[in-house]
Design a protein around this ligand. Sequence first.
Ligand SMILES: Nc1ncnc2c1ncn2[C@@H]1O[C@H](COP(=O)(O)OP(=O)(O)OP(=O)(O)O)[C@@H](O)[C@H]1O
Ligand SMILES: [Mg+2]
Length: 231
Amino acid sequence: MSNIVLDVQNISKSFIDQKHEITIFKDLSFQIKKGDRIAIVGASGAGKSTLMHVISGLDKPTSGDIYLNGHHFNKESEAKRGYLRNEYLGFIYQFHHLLPEFSALDNVALPLVIGGGDIREARAEAELLLGRVGLSHRLTHHPGKLSGGERQRVAIARALVTKPSAVLADEPTGNLDEENAHAIFDLMCEINDEVGTSLIVVTHDNSLARKMDQCWRLQDLKLTHLERSDI
Ligand SMILES: Nc1ncnc2c1ncn2[C@@H]1O[C@H](COP(=O)(O)OP(=O)(O)OP(=O)(O)O)[C@@H](O)[C@H]1O
Ligand SMILES: [Mg+2]
């Protein structure tokens, strides 16, 4: 397999809102290679979440093409996109999407079970990862009984549990205190070192952005590279 995880070619995204077309980004092209660590910054409303949804297949580009590990991702059926997403990507939403009826442990184990894993092994792996995000004492709690930051840490464990090709994280530490935020970034970097998972992380915290190898800014419909000294 080539070392290009995501090959994004000329993607644009527009929404139609009350008959007006709003363009969010235009003709973006980039490649994410195995092990890349990229921070994405930009003002509120610049389109960062939209971009993350489009490259993770949760939404489609208005035009352009996205290849995920060689699969023509945006041209696949909804079902195949779901399968590829579970197989190759971990996604951490700006607002967590945990399943309320499952415990923290089972929320994290689920992607492994969906991928065909044995439930006992999946739970063991989930327990390990929940330990790494500091939640060993909350395994049986359901999301409704966790704090906001704890829920976010469960969501982070869930995104990492399959050791995916890439993790796309949209403000993953937005509601965590500084110490926990840095611990989560360090954990993502450890997984990046251990298994070569690429990281694409939206953050408005420059000290977190500096933990990545590259920083891109989304502004005026385009992505630009920022020099380290400009972060
Ligand atoms: N479904 C939609 N229909 C119309 N406009 C939309 C839709 N989704 C997003 N937008 C608009 O697209 C723009 C970009 O939104 P997006 O959520 O991607 O911004 P963002 O950079 O993630 O902002 P933030 O930092 O506040 O999270 C916003 O102006 C938003 O109103
Ligand atoms: Mg956003």
